[in-house]
Ligand binder design. Structure first.
Ligand code: NDP
Length: 343
């Protein structure tokens, strides 16, 4: 069975590629340049079951046509993971909303045009951001479930980059469900979405930490490298370990009961203060050298400044246990200290 993975060079996708190869699948990944693709092939020791194709910019019209024209007949499963995850822009439509939405539409159109008979399952990496905007993520009277939708409009989500990112995930996911509804007669695939909270955990390849870090890992890296008494933004909301996000991508297409479902991935609520407490407790070399904030105040902060969630349907469908926050943070920070040094 051959699985196509878009954005295969990213933090989450590399774990997915690794798990797919380990499980015996053939993988076709997409990356933005020959150089990036060659780098990935090398990291996987030129595994004969992995090949890479170039998709330079998912914002461009028909971005996936070439690769699906060339390889579509081989592909049975599509995991669409590519999407911009950064906040350094003021042109929210161009840099966040349009790539997310166009990328989702163009990969589905390419399947319809070139692989309608072969592709049986599509899994799209959406987000808890599609369930709640940044204000609602901190709203303690909101309960997120598999049915919840971010209430922002295309206009209101452009208040700032974080809200626009959340909007980009909402509108991309909505475009996918709409495509499915409107194209029932010309496609045969089922759709599932993966909606993770904040994703932490180790990089598949430690040296990814050397050349620019992905956004969610950056939240932990800044704490690991903080100074005594440094003020930090107390992020709060649902979290999940990247190794569980990866496994969920496999179960999403392997378990037919996941067809048509949104899988909300969250082990628990977290806040940055709790991460800081764990770093100070677990790493003697950091104690006294990094920020402490207000130790022990995490739970009361979450009471006030985090939404709740109920993802019991997802947990039942997935059927495996998620990594807890302490293990996730210890594994994340250990790798950072090893590669980047610190304290
Ligand atoms: P990364 O930034 O590591 O991965 C994003 C991937 O998408 C990269 O391979 C990137 O390529 C590619 N990409 C981005 N923009 C474009 C574009 N315009 N054209 C082509 N490729 C593009 O982030 P993550 O691994 O964290 O994110 C993966 C997915 O998971 C995303 O869909 C994200 O929204 C979702 N997600 C992530 C969460 C998190 O906390 N990390 C939480 C919930 C959902 P390149 O690096 O070359 O630009």
């Amino acid at each position: 069975i051959t699985v196509f993975v878009s954005g295969a060079t990213g933090f989450i996708a590399l774990h997915v590629v690794h798990d797919l190869l380990k499980a015996g699948y053939k993988v076709i990944g997409s990356g933005r340049s020959q150089e990036k693709n060659d780098g990935i092939l090398k990291k996987f020791n030129n595994n004969p079951n992995l090949s890479m194709e170039i998709v330079k910019d998912i914002a461009a019209p028909n971005a996936f046509d070439d690769v699906f024209q060339k390889r579509g007949r081989e592909i049975k499963v599509v995991l669409h993971i590519a999407s911009p995850v950064h906040f350094k822009t003021t042109d929210f439509e161009k840099d966040l909303l349009i790539p997310a939405v166009n990328g989702t539409k163009s990969i589905l159109e390419a399947i319809k045009k070139y692989a309608a008979d072969t592709v049986e399952k599509v899994v799209i990496t959406s987000s808890v951001a599609a369930l709640a905007n940044p204000i609602d993520i901190r709203n303690n009277s909101l309960i997120l479930t598999e049915e919840t939708w971010n209430k922002d409009t295309w206009e209101s989500c452009q208040a700032d980059a974080v809200a626009a990112y959340c909007g980009s995930k909402k509108f991309a996911e909505q475009a996918a469900w709409k495509f499915l509804e409107e194209n029932q007669s010309s496609i045969k695939f089922t759709l599932s979405t993966i909606n993770p909270g904040f994703v932490f955990g180790p990089q598949l390849f430690a040296d990814s930490l050397k050349d620019g870090i992905n956004s969610s890992s950056g939240i932990i890296a800044r704490l690991v490298h903080s100074k005594t008494d440094e003020k930090f933004y107390n992020y709060s909301g649902p979290f999940i370990d990247v190794r569980d996000v990866s496994e969920a991508h496999l179960v999403a297409f392997e378990n037919s009961e996941c067809a048509g479902k949104r899988l909300v991935l969250s082990e628990d609520l977290f806040c940055s203060q709790e991460a800081v407490d764990i770093l100070n407790e677990e790493f003697p070399q950091l104690k006294g050298k990094i920020t402490t904030g207000e130790p022990g105040s995490g739970p009361s902060f979450l009471e006030k400044y985090s939404c709740r969630f109920d993802n019991s349907k997802t947990k039942k469908l997935l059927g495996f246990k998620f990594h807890n926050f302490r293990d996730c943070i210890v594994d994340t920070a250990s790798q950072m200290l090893e590669v980047q040094g610190g304290a």
